[in-house]
Design a protein around this ligand. Sequence first.
Ligand code: PMV
Length: 349
Amino acid sequence: MSSEGRSQERGGNGRKTTIVSPSNIAFIKYWGARDLESALPENPSLSMTLRSCHSRCTVEHLASEGEHEVRWRPTGGSLEEAPPHFARRIVEHLDRLREWAGRGGRFRVATENSFPAAAGLASSASGFSALTLAVLGALGEEVSDAKKSELARRSGSGSAARSVLGGYVQWPALVPAPDGSTDYAFQVHDAAHWDLRNVIAVVETEAKKTPSLEGHRRAPTSPYFAQRQEDLPDRLDAVRDALEARDFDRMGAVIEAEAIDLHVIAMTSRPPIFYWKPATLAVLETVRNLRDDGVSAWATMDAGANVHVLCRPADEDAVAERLASLPEVERIIVDGVGEGPIEEDSHLF
Ligand code: PMV
C-alpha cells in the first residue's frame, strides 16, 4: 500500500513493538547495484536466514513532533544514545517509513545485536529488517511479506530485504507482485526443508573500514565484474537445484566459489578493497583440510574477514572444534537455518 489514499492521521498510538530479526548468510551474493540508493541489485541473490545471530529492536511511535530518539546497546554494555554514524541511517529510514505511512509524530527506537556489528556478520540485514518490522508494528500497519521485504530494502541494505523471511530466501523475486514490483524477496524453501548449520569463525570484531555500500559502488570497476554477471544465472540455477535436492556437496562447491569471486572483485576494484585478513586464509585452508579428512564443510564470506562454514548437523561439532583450535580464531558462533523474525512481548525500554 502506498501513502496515497491514506488519511493524514497525526500523532502516535503509543504502541511499543519489539522484533527480533535474524541475520542471513548469502549463498549467491548481492554485490553491485543498478540503483545503489534504493538497493536495486545487478543480480538476484539467495540466502539462508540464521537463527542465533540477530538484532532486537523496540520501536515506539510518539504523538509529539520533533527528532527521533535512537538508542543502542553496544555489546556487553547498557542502553545509551546511539553515535551519529550509527543513528544516521536509522533516522533516514524512520523518516522514509513515516512518509510511506502518511503519518506524523516521531519514533523512539532502541536496538541491540547478538553479535559484533559491521564485521561481515550482516548486522545491517538483521538491523534494518528488525527496525522496519518494529515500525510497522508500532504504527499498526499490516502488510504482505512482499511489502515488508520491499520496505526493508528501501533502507539501502539489500540483504535486509531477505532477512524479513525465514528459511532459504531469494531476492529479488522473478514474479511481479500485484503492484508490478519485483524488488522484494520470497521464500524458496522454509527452514524445515533442510537443517543446515553455519559455524562462524570470528577472526575480527572491529567494524570493517569499507562498508558494503562502498563495495557495491566500486564493484563494476573490477575487470572481473562483467564475467561474474555472465556466470550468475547458471550459478543461481545450480544452487537452487542442489537446494531442492538437498545435495550438500554440489551446493557447497558453488557457494564457496561464489564467495571467492566476490572477494576477487573487491580486491580488484578501483581502489581495491581487502576484506580478508591472514586469519581468513587460515580458516579457508582449514576448511579445505576438513574436506580432505572427509568432513563436508564449505566456506563463504560476506564483506568482512569472518568466515561462515556451512555443514550438516552431524559435522557441526567436528567443524566447530577444528576451527576453535586455530589461534587466529577469536570466537566461534554456532548457528543454523532459522524461521525468520518474531515479535516479543518484552521491550528494550
Ligand atoms: O545489504 P548490504 O548492502 O549490506 O550488502 C550485502 C553484501 C553482502 O553481504 C556481501 C552479500 C549479501 O548478499 O548479503
